[in-house]
Design a protein around this ligand. Sequence first.
Ligand code: HEM
Length: 262
Amino acid sequence: MSSTTVRHPKGPPAEVSDRAAVPFVWAFFDSSVGAKITVALTGLGLTAFTIFHMIGNLKVFSGPEAINAYAHFLKHELGLLLWIARAGLLAIFLLHIALAVRLTLRSKGARPVGYAYPGHVRATVTSRTMIWSGAVVGLFVLFHLAHFTLCWVTYAEVAPGRYVSYLELKDPKEPLYQDVYSMVVVGFTTPWLAALYVVAQVALFLHLLHGVQSSFQTLGLKNGRFRTAIRWFGFAVAATVFLGNVGIVAGVWFGLYPVAPQ
Ligand code: HEM
């Protein structure tokens, strides 16, 4: 086994095994700066996904054909690319959560007793509650996958007194594929489900409101004349995602969709 000689200024040379040397990537994630940069970059990646996902979902306003064709394209025409994208999304989702939780625990461990003068520390409510808004969004994503991707809904009321499972909701044009339009409309007709989605969107709004500008700050871009612009950009992203997603839920309640589900 190879070894390296380490010289300490106040001690004799010591032999250190190379096994103790940590790979660069691991050392990078383990350092606070590396973890913060990774949380910032993965956070911006997840934000980009959320924006594109919302834009795609807004096709529900154009009717069943538009949203179903879009869903079929993503799910059945991309082949291997879909699985590469899913694996990438899962990896950055897990990295973001793991490193953000560890940074929070470390900073709490470093200061177990709160500041004597909390008013002197410039931290907003949204920044101090990032871990909680993030936890709500994370739990929402798990629920959402069970709801729309895995179709674990067995009891959806498609007409007064007529219940079916989501897997039975097939596209009238392509009976082999799911009728995503009906899944969305039937789903949000259920009051508790609509309420749960809206609450999750409030948590997502708060998380993005602080998260987007904080990511730019970590990357050293929120300085000088860009400071105000980045604060506004963070607000614009959070508000757009909130209005788009809540708009889809509200659309069901206000009867905005052109055709009723079968
Ligand atoms: C009202 C808001 C939303 C609607 C109507 C909606 C709708 C959908 C639908 C229909 C699918 C399944 C697509 C399919 O399998 O054919 C899906 C998948 C997904 N959604 Fe959403 N979504 C919403 C908000 C969100 C938010 C806020 C997030 C994340 C923060 C999110 C994350 C995901 C993920 C990760 C998937 C899985 C993608 C995949 O299968 O690879 N969604 N969504």
